[in-house]
Ligand binder design. Sequence first.
Ligand code: SF4
Ligand code: SF4
Length: 206
Amino acid sequence: MVGEGILKGLAETARNFFGSYVSKERLTTVQYPEQRLPRIEAARNFPFLVFDGSDWQQGMRCVACQICEKECPPKCILIEKSKDKKPDAVGKQQFYPAVFDIDISVCMSCQICVEVCPFDAIKMDVDVDLPTDNRFGGLLLDKQQLAKSNEYYHGIHPTEAAAVDAALAEERAKAQAKKPAAAAPPAAPPSAAPVPEAQPVSGESK
Ligand code: SF4
Ligand code: SF4
């Protein structure tokens, strides 16, 4: 029946309104900000940048590939790639974002930036306490404001973060396994004198 959904919605609203006088179960609002609703793991509002370890600059996973910037529908991400490189989580030299800004007054929380990031470097936050009286600069978040630790990520999206950690650990183990092979000397010609066995390379950054 046309409009059946609307009638059901109105009936539910009426049940909650009148029911809230006799049952706490029917109270669907809280006295924010003193009271908070429980956090929902699947909730999302604006993106943040994940970093590993305790140093947000060193541990930032973003390598400034700019895929998210290109794919963001309202174009609210601004990235400037660094001129130099630093080691990423697997020790590979990578660019990093010299500038990474997100204008959350424009962001529509679509999560496309998260879906397209190949490095699990950008995730959706659940923080809704972002009031400001500065409509423009106050809602333009820079990379320091966007940087949040992997522990924070685990706190808000534990299931997703555990799956990401497992995938990254596998990737890092594979990269680590390749290192001694890559560092081993070339095979000696058959006539050459025997050489000592190659030692694993030590002191490499992780
Ligand atoms: S959530 Fe969507 S709109 Fe917001 S920064 Fe990411 S891609 Fe852009
Ligand atoms: S957040 Fe991800 S997709 Fe965006 S620039 Fe950084 S690494 Fe690339």
